[in-house]
Design a protein around this ligand. Structure first.
Ligand code: COA
Length: 194
């Protein structure tokens, strides 16, 4: 769910999304005030002031949530499994792109081929715009995976091979890219909403 154009706090955004999610589940009125708890937990230092967001609904259930900001844009996701979301400016990712920091060794071989095409490959070379979008997609996939894992960037992006994970791109505001990642666990539901 996108929350654009206003300085919405991340907790207010999560509440708005959870309210919609809960109302669908319970067929309750959208006017009902949802008395839910939200918080953060940092798996690195144990702090409850920052880190992975969590929510607890009035019935005690704890759906998985994630959120991301880019400029005025804020996106939240809710799912029955550990989930992550990331939104990035395509131009900003291009400007700070460093394949050694972002790419897994098996992905780096592919990236190098695109950056240094041999003469007979030139016809197939992707346009700079397409390459920028692909890099933003790779970045968003990796940050979404790291949020779903809960480690964030304490796990280097280069340790993540996107092909090993379940990721999806979602419609994003002009100039941005956004992706989700979900880690399905057996024995529970499986939907996520953005
Ligand atoms: C999570 C992270 C990848 C997000 O980077 P970003 O692109 O700058 O920011 P985004 O807007 O996309 O996401 C921010 C949100 O990520 C979430 N987040 C933060 N840490 C997270 C974690 N470990 N796992 C999952 N989600 C996390 C939070 O909800 C945060 O928003 P909030 O502060 O309003 O609650 C990055 O900030 C990070 O790795 N942080 C953790 C680093 C860490 O653990 N350091 C050790 C501290 S002791």
């Amino acid at each position: 769910m996108w929350h654009s154009g206003s300085p919405t706090s991340s907790d207010a955004a999560l509440r708005a999304h959870l309210h919609r999610w809960w109302s669908r589940c319970e067929l309750a009125s959208l006017e009902t005030t949802l008395d839910l708890e939200t918080g953060r937990h940092c798996p690195t230092c144990g702090s409850d002031a920052h880190g992975r967001p969590w929510v607890r609904l009035p019935d005690g259930t704890t759906p998985h949530v994630s959120l991301s900001r880019c400029g005025d844009h804020l996106v939240t996701v809710v799912a029955d499994h550990p989930v992550g979301v990331d939104v990035e400016s395509i131009a900003a990712v291009s400007a700070r792109w460093d394949p050694t920091l972002v790419l897994h060794p098996s992905e780096a071989a592919h990236d190098l081929k695109e950056m240094r095409p041999r003469a007979h490959d030139l016809k197939e070379m992707r346009t700079p715009g397409t390459q920028a979008q692909e890099r933003a997609a790779t970045w968003c996939h990796k940050e979404a995976i790291l949020k779903a894992l809960g480690t964030g960037l304490t796990t280097p992006m280069s340790e993540i091979r996107v092909a090993d994970w379940e990721v999806a791109d979602i419609p994003a505001p002009q100039g941005c890219w956004a992706s989700t990642a979900i880690i399905r666990q057996t024995g529970s539901g499986g939907s996520s909403t953005a």
